[in-house]
Design a protein around this ligand. Structure first.
Ligand code: BGC
Length: 726
């Protein structure tokens, strides 16, 4: 199929069917009618979800019979036709928490960072629709994703669950993912609102940032994602933002989300993120997994506030209607048409997603592998067993079950080991299938000297390097753990044709970069990851991923200093520790910070190679309410491939900036050229100025980029001053 993806400013036309195809005509009217028939007891019932497990001190958790086993459950109200709300994680596939649903599996997609690397909104929609369909078939009607927190810190243990460092990219991909999820009749939940941008001390830290910086960065990602995807729920975060807990934050929830953005859905808390009943008037509509908090605040304590007149009837009705309208809007109150899941078809989505997000970082002519490579040594990374995944609440038990789990520690809730889960789809097996005439051997890499000696006797060596990341913990450095740097260097010294395949959830340093012939970033590639890696290495797929995060050149490059409290258990309150996290860079996140400080990263945001070459024609700009840029893209190489043209704003009325203003993705045959037109979201031309967006009068400069670090000629356009409401 020929693909041309033209991405208008708000990307509304980008993908697939409209959200909630089975949606009733007016969910608001229906919600109001149902709510009017409810008793107060029924209203309060909807305002907190429960854990389906009993946690008794010192004992393994017990499942409560009759409740769906999923992190948050609100039982239905039959007389009103209100369904049970069953909330499940999330963005990488349907999670079976701690495998408590015995034997239940799901299609494990690549990490969200890999999805962001595809720069392909249609992929986000397709992946979301797949997860939504599996959730629906399993009787789960609220999905706790997508996550759009910006990757402000490359050490953040949850970056793999998010969509990169740029607000436009994260917003568009998150929005399309939500649309896909909701197309299956399942509510999507955009999270974690806001600034849960590191895991260290996440339950207590106070993220400090100025309003303009916040509105132009993390909040913009949410704003775009919400406009585009209309997710039925927003999950407020654990941390504080400018002195107030995110779930108790009038500014974030009432002012920004509900008033400025006119958000109609409901706000649910993160699990164990509610510290009091004041949250309700400050905009929180539903307390999640309420047993995890000190109190079920939204039950007796809230009823007492209501009885005392401190919570109004109007507010109570509002919260209930928000929940109901979101369920009705996407048909989440309707049961699945069938409980069958087509895992084979879904595996194809997983494989396409993995290939689409794989980023070729270096290629000194060694890739794709040519048939003359008779003997190949694969080394390390458990590549004979499976591919790496990230840990925490997003961890999916894949079809076929885990290939192996390297236990790290006991989980405090369920007393089960959690650890580095490898999922089936061993790259070595897939390579053997893709290259039947080559002889492929495997060495664990346990001893670098042994691996090097074996590599010296092969035509080519491929070192697989992994770095596990998990929710609840950040990394202490950007290096590959263990002996992997030494291993790569030793193999590269022994064999001049050494390729490195990275399976990481974050950028890593590459001290051996100059010694190897090729580097492929495969992220956590999901349950068809091995096949997707083989597809790219063998040339069956021409790589088209681009980095959604900058890769720093050295430790400490970037605005962040040491992480206070690194390694402490999540939620621990350390004495004498400053728990404020300052974000003085404001909206200058990632590549914007590198550009503003004249720093060179190892690999810039937007970077990625192909097996073919593309040429961009001159840039033609058009003004008006929505600025657009058109140009031709030509495939000047010998292979079919997909290009990701990126339009950057470099000059905003005399202010030097670097902002991704628009992007596209299109497939071209050798010699083929097409005209592409990209529209620019006006907020990306503006600054946040007191109460709204302000485009200043003056000249605006734009350039097409191969990445944020490699821009073409600048074209300019004159714009008039304009103010826009949030
Ligand atoms: C995570 C959320 C998740 C929730 C339910 C929390 O610990 O932060 O992202 O959705 O658990 O599992």
């Amino acid at each position: 199929m020929r693909l041309v993806k033209l991405l208008p400013a708000l990307f509304l036309a980008a993908a697939g069917a409209t959200a909630g195809a089975a949606a009733p005509a007016d969910p608001d009217a229906r919600a109001a009618a149902t709510e009017a028939r409810m008793t107060d007891a029924e209203r309060f019932h909807l305002l907190h979800s429960h854990l389906p497990i009993r946690i008794l001190p010192g004992k393994p958790a017990e499942v409560i019979p009759g409740m769906p086993i999923t992190p948050g459950v609100v039982t239905g109200i039959e007389r009103l036709g209100i369904p049970t709300i069953a909330e499940t994680d999330a963005s990488l596939g349907v999670v079976n928490p701690f495998e408590l649903r015995q034997g239940d599996v799901a299609t494990a997609l690549p990490s969200s960072l890999a999805l962001a690397a595809s720069f392909d909104p249609q992929q986000a929609y397709a992946s979301g629709a797949m997860i939504g369909a599996e959730a629906k078939a399993k009787g789960l009607n609220v999905l706790l994703g997508p996550g759009v927190n910006l990757a402000r810190d490359p050490r953040n243990g949850r970056n793999f669950e998010y969509l990169g460092e740029d607000p436009l990219l994260a917003g568009v991909m998150g929005g399309q993912s939500a649309r896909g999820i909701q197309s299956a009749g399942v509510v999507a939940t955009i999270k974690h609102f806001a600034l849960n941008d590191q895991e260290t001390l996440r339950r207590t830290l106070d993220a400090r940032i100025g309003e303009a910086g916040l509105r132009e960065s993390d909040l913009l990602a949410f704003e775009i994602g919400i406009e585009l995807g209309q997710p039925g729920a927003v999950m407020c975060a654990y941390n504080q933002v400018n002195g107030f807990y995110a779930c108790d934050n009038d500014f974030l929830l009432n002012q920004v989300l509900k008033k400025d953005w006119g958000y109609k859905g409901w706000v649910m808390s993160d699990w164990a993120a509610v510290h009091g009943v004041s949250t309700f008037n400050h905009g929180l509509d539903q307390q999640s997994g309420a047993e995890l908090d000190k109190q079920v605040w939204m039950d007796e304590p809230l009823k007492a506030e209501y009885a005392a007149g401190r919570v109004s009837k109007a507010r109570l009705s509002d919260a209930v209607r928000r929940i109901l309208r979101s369920l009705y809007a996407v048909g989440a109150d309707q049961p699945a048409a069938s409980a069958d899941i087509d895992y084979e078809a879904h595996a194809k989505v997983a494989r396409a997603a993995a290939a689409n997000g794989t980023v070729l970082l270096k290629n000194d002519g060694v890739l794709p592998l040519d048939r003359s490579r008779r003997s190949i040594l694969a080394v390390g990374g458990y590549a004979n067993i499976g591919v790496m995944t990230g840990g925490g609440s997003s961890q999916v038990i894949p079809v076929g079950g885990p290939a192996a789990v390297i236990p790290n520690e006991l989980h405090h809730l369920v007393k089960r080991p959690v650890g580095q889960m490898l999922i089936p789809s061993a790259p070595v097996t897939a390579l053997k299938e893709a290259l039947p005439e080559a002889s492929i051997a495997y060495d664990t890499g346990y001893d670098a000297a042994v691996a090097a000696a074996r590599a010296a006797r092969a035509d080519l060596a491929i070192v697989f390097a992994t770095r596990w990341e998990t929710e609840g913990r950040d990394s202490g450095s950007l290096s590959l753990p263990g002996n992997q740097d030494e291993l790569i260097a030793a193999v590269a010294r022994a064999n001049p044709n050494t390729i490195v395949v990275l399976e990481t959830g974050n950028p890593v340093l590459m001290p051996w970069l100059g010694q190897v012939k090729a580097v492929v970033e495969a992220w956590y590639p999901g349950q068809k990851g091995g096949e997707a890696i083989a597809d790219v290495l063998s040339g069956a797929v021409n790589p088209s991923g681009r980095l959604p995060v900058s890769f720093p050149a050295h430790e400490g490059q970037g605005p962040r200093g040491p992480l206070q409290g690194l390694g402490e258990e999540d939620g621990s309150q350390l004495k004498d520790l400053d728990e404020t996290v300052q974000y003085p860079e404001g909206a200058e996140v990632g590549y914007r910070w590198f550009a503003a400080h004249g720093e060179q990263p190892l690999f810039p945001f937007g970077y990625g190679l192909s097996y073919t070459r593309f040429e961009h024609g001159p840039l033609h700009l058009r003004g008006g309410d929505v600025v657009s840029a058109s140009f031709t893209v030509k495939n000047t190489g010998e292979r079919e491939g997909q290009d990701v043209p990126q339009l950057y704003l470099v000059d905003a009325a005399g202010k030097v900036v670097r902002r991704l203003a628009a992007f596209g993705k299109l497939d071209l045959r050798p010699g083929e050229s097409r005209e592409l037109s990209l529209s620019v979201d006006p907020r990306l031309l503006a600054d946040w100025d007191r109460h709204g967006w302000l485009i200043r009068a003056g000249e605006y400069g734009f350039a097409l980029g191969e990445s944020a670090g490699d821009l073409g000629p600048v074209a300019t356009l004159s714009l008039e001053a304009r103010r826009m409401q949030p």
